[in-house]
Ligand binder design. Structure first.
Ligand code: HEC
Length: 110
């Protein structure tokens, strides 16, 4: 795993500007995202990877994804959707919640 990805850097910067709890949650989420999701979604959420393109992974920063409720994104990650695998057995519910918040952050960094 690359520890110097832009997302982790961004999380560290956000860290300096915000309360420690938020900072840890974001750094955690970036690590979880890069380890489990970036294969298809790319570390910036664009989906611009060979696997992402082959499976038609959505750009997580797009309006189409961002307009969905947190609960819908949470369900897609937990139960899977279309060709997206389910992560409910692999990730803690708490981590899925962090990932949803992280996906909201990715859009702001676009
Ligand atoms: C094997 C490739 C793959 C991996 C790994 C993967 N995804 Fe996806 N993801 C997809 C595909 C393909 C879609 C589009 C699903 C559809 O709508 O048919 C998708 C869609 C999504 C959506 C949008 C769902 C919606 O309701 O529009 C979210 C959010 C998402 N993925 C988050 C994640 C997160 C977080 C992880 C890591 C825990 C992850 N994905 C890992 C392939 C992947």
């Amino acid at each position: 795993m690359r520890m110097t990805s832009p997302q982790i850097m961004a999380a560290m910067i956000a860290c300096a500007l915000s309360i420690p709890a938020t900072c840890n949650a974001q750094a955690d989420a970036a690590k979880i995202f890069n380890a489990n999701c970036s294969l298809c979604h790319s570390s910036n959420g664009s989906g611009d990877t060979p696997t992402g393109k082959a499976l038609h992974a959505k750009d997580l920063r797009s309006d189409e994804v961002q307009k969905e409720e947190d609960a819908a994104l949470n369900a897609a990650i937990t139960k899977g959707k279309g060709k997206m695998p389910a992560f409910g057995a692999k990730l803690k519910a708490d981590d899925v919640t962090k990932l949803v918040a992280y996906i909201r952050q990715l859009q702001k960094q676009k």
